[in-house]
Ligand binder design. Sequence first.
Ligand code: CP
Ligand code: NVA
Length: 308
Amino acid sequence: QPTHFLDLHEIDKAALRTMIDDALAVKKARSGKPKGTRDDDRSLEGRTLAAIFEFPSTRTRVSFDMAMRQLGGDTMVLNSGDLQLGRGETIADTAKVLSRFVDAIMIRTSDHGKLLELAENATIPVINGLTNDSHPCQLMADILTFEEHKGSIEGKVVAWSGDGNNMVSSWIHAAGQFGFEFRVACPEALSPDPRALDWARQTGANVHVTRDADEAVRGADCVVTDTWVSMGDDAGDRHNLLAPFQVTEKLMEKAASDAIFMHCLPAHRDEEATAAVMDGPQSVIFDEAENRLHAQKAVLRWCLGQTR
Ligand code: CP
Ligand code: NVA
């Protein structure tokens, strides 16, 4: 069975911890090197990643490609509409064919079921580059970013105010796996995926859902949010429902005085968070974006058996 990276709750805790430590080590090891140069150990030399996109992407696309280049490997970026997949070739056949050509597949797709079907049929590792259900690669970058700014995340408090979307599910999984408290404030109609909440309940993960943003954020070490309209969503009544959950400077005052603000991007200033927060002194959003590169290197190395 290949080593897939599909969802954080299905991966061994110790392996996740090792990947974060590896990401930090790999980042430090190439500090100051020009972006286009290879890492000294070229740990994925001769390996190729196929990166399939059904949705647009800036960070995931560019960071996976740069990660593979710096690791000494190559990436093929494939828009799903250009593949026979877009004309009805099955996922299973696509998985089997790609497995004969390349060493790993990353896919961004709406339907989580497609990701699972790809993984079931591939003989090479498959990586979740975002589905409607989850975004685990982003969480690896987020944990790395949190720890760079605030030390070990274990026992800390992270508060979410906004839509209970795919990012929230991955934050819930991360809370259980990395041992921190995760509080979600969201409207009832946009509550987190019940499967993620059930997993938290069953495993004793420290996750709480409230309708009150102030309550969630009180004393938190980190405040995080995301777009109000995810890819594939209709805006509908979301702006009205989510208005009370906007992250403002006033809401940030409820958090710990040294709290950081995170957002996976792309962002909409003065919607999910005010421009003052997004671009303010507590915001670490661009460190978070950069860390996609370093965290993904660790994920790729783990999937391909190259973690030190
Ligand atoms: N955060 C993130 O996944 O960004 P992209 O959609 O640009 O890849
Ligand atoms: N929740 C967002 C994340 C984008 C990276 C979406 O799914 O569109």
